[in-house]
Design a protein around this ligand. Structure first.
Ligand SMILES: Cc1cc2nc3c(=O)[nH]c(=O)nc-3n(C[C@H](O)[C@H](O)[C@H](O)COP(=O)(O)OP(=O)(O)OC[C@H]3O[C@@H](n4cnc5c(N)ncnc54)[C@H](O)[C@@H]3O)c2cc1C
Length: 483
């Protein structure tokens, strides 16, 4: 095997969703040279698929403190206060920065930013672009900027391994026989919800970044907390798992059981709504509940309405069949408030990272804000890293095997909306490393909290308030409190 061709950059960024693009641009703004590595085309990122928007306390009657209260309430006693405080304080400036970068957010008829309402938010605070096309608009604008920026080199290939030297990450190995050597390497490779068979996520979101980081010795945490989105389309060919944004419920859409009756307050936080639907499906044997959006102005959510119409559903006339699906990984690579992982030289931002901000249940639309707030912070911190010492040639890569269908089915069966000791013990022997780590964390957390529901431990254990299940090299979770 020929030695990889070496590229030198100040910062290597793995993944070009919202977190990767923004981190790369922020680092370049501070004068860094950046290698931006992306395995998939833009349309295959969760960021591109984001519909609802970006949460920030921008309304006159809102404040970061109220945003913080809602975030902590949704997080079910597990939100890391310092991370949530950072997010709510810095999210408004991130939105303004995106506007300066050329993103046009929707405005009301007075020319002010139009703010949407989503579950768990006590105020309207979600900015959006093109109605439910927010992710697409933001990613397009940021990627156009990245391509135009001379100091950013875009490498369209998969990162296969981290390049480690003397217990430090000094770069990354790339599929096409290239290796990037950098002062800081930032994992922005997205989440892991596509490790579950029924998902709203693009197929690449299987936690590859988390596996790479763990193999290199970084700690992961909170892997038992995978958010199930309540309203993903089901039973419609080629649209399985298509997400119908919560913002539609924010505008008044309602959920109905097979008897046509409402059974849940639609704007409760996601864990509650998803579990209420799950219980209704179990009780009635139905495969879906109905989402009634007949009174919603279709002009507000054009791409959702178009996708449904293309599948032969008429949201103006009929109820949409929906059921929960795996949606968002709250856990990930443990980082501090500047994106630093637990090993030198390695950073993580976005859904790959776990700042503790989302606790046991993410508040809707806090994740895009997280990509930008913590992307900016990581970019600044990365530039303080010393240049890597001259090292030997990069090692041969040892690629991460993607999960097979059996793993995905096992994740849905054993680490789904309700879990049990027996199921999780079976999952603990799965061939995929991340599936085993999820099982280990879910087995260790002998309680029910937020998105993690144990049939055998149905109550929340107040003794675990604020305690995160952290897995390091020996893969045995340890509960730690974070400040
Ligand atoms: C349908 C849907 C709707 C959503 N709506 C919202 C919303 O309205 N508001 C909100 O806040 N959040 C929303 N979310 C969640 C949010 O979109 C994600 O949490 C966020 O976009 C994650 O961004 P990211 O940059 O971390 O990851 P992603 O956007 O998923 O990007 C990951 C990138 O990493 C790349 N990658 C992965 N592995 C490798 C590798 N080995 N080598 C190189 N590159 C790699 C991928 O190709 C991709 O470019 C939604 C999610 C989905 C699925």
């Amino acid at each position: 095997v020929p030695a990889p061709t070496r590229i030198d950059a100040d910062v290597a960024v793995i993944g070009a969703g919202g977190a990767g693009l923004y981190t790369a641009l922020a680092a370049a703004e501070h004068g860094a040279t950046v290698a931006l590595i992306s395995a998939t085309p833009l349309a295959q990122t969760a960021s591109y698929w984001a519909q609802g928007g970006i949460a920030a306390a921008l309304a006159h009657d809102d404040s970061p403190q109220e945003h913080l209260r809602d975030t902590e309430q949704a997080g079910r006693g597990l939100t890391r206060h310092s991370a949530a405080q950072t997010l709510v304080t810095e999210a408004p400036e991130a939105v303004r920065h995106l506007e300066r970068l050329g993103v046009h957010f929707d405005a009301d008829r007075h020319g002010n930013l139009a703010l949407g309402l989503e579950g768990g938010h006590s105020k309207r605070r979600v900015v959006h672009a093109g109605g439910s096309a927010t992710g697409r608009r933001v990613v397009r604008e940021l990627s156009a900027r990245a391509v135009e920026t001379d100091s950013i080199t875009v490498i369209e290939a998969k990162a296969t391994d981290l390049w480690c030297h003397e217990h430090k990450v000094v770069g990354v190995l790339v599929e096409t026989g290239r290796a990037v050597r950098s002062r800081a390497t930032v994992i922005t490779a997205g989440g892991a919800a596509a490790l579950w068979s029924r998902t709203t996520n693009p197929p690449g979101s299987t936690g590859a970044g988390m596996v790479l980081a763990h193999r290199a010795g970084a700690e992961l945490a909170d892997l038992e907390f995978l958010q199930f989105h309540p309203t993903a389309v089901t039973g419609i060919p080629r649209r399985e798992g298509f997400l119908v944004t919560e913002a539609i419920r924010g505008e008044g859409a309602t959920l109905h059981g097979p008897d046509g009756e409402r059974f849940v307050e639609e704007l409760k936080p996601r864990d509650e709504v998803a579990l209420a639907i799950h219980a209704k499906l179990k009780e009635t044997g139905a495969t879906h509940v109905g989402l009634d959006m007949r009174r919603i102005d279709p002009g507000l959510f054009p791409n959702v309405v178009k996708a449904l119409s293309d599948s032969g559903l008429d949201p103006a006339k009929e109820l949409i069949p929906v059921a929960p699906a795996a949606h968002y990984m709250m856990g990930g690579i443990v980082t501090d408030l500047h994106g630093r992982s637990t090993i030198p030289g390695l950073y993580a931002v976005g859904e790959s990272a776990c700042t503790g901000l989302h606790g046991a249940n993410r508040l809707a639309s806090n994740s895009l804000s997280e990509c930008f707030v913590f992307g900016a912070r990581a970019a600044r911190a990365a530039l303080d890293e010393p240049p890597p010492a001259p090292t030997a040639e990069p090692p041969p890569p040892d690629p991460v095997e993607p999960p097979g269908e059996q793993t995905k089915d096992a994740m849905w069966r054993h680490a789904g909306l309700e879990r049990s000791q027996e199921g999780l013990e079976e999952l603990a022997h799965d061939p995929h490393p991340l599936a085993r780590l999820v099982a280990a964390c879910a087995l260790a957390r002998r309680e029910s909290r937020g998105a993690h529901r144990r049939r055998d431990f149905p109550d929340c254990d107040p003794g675990l308030d604020g305690y995160h299940a952290v897995v390091g090299g020996n893969a045995t979770p340890e509960f730690r409190a974070w400040t």
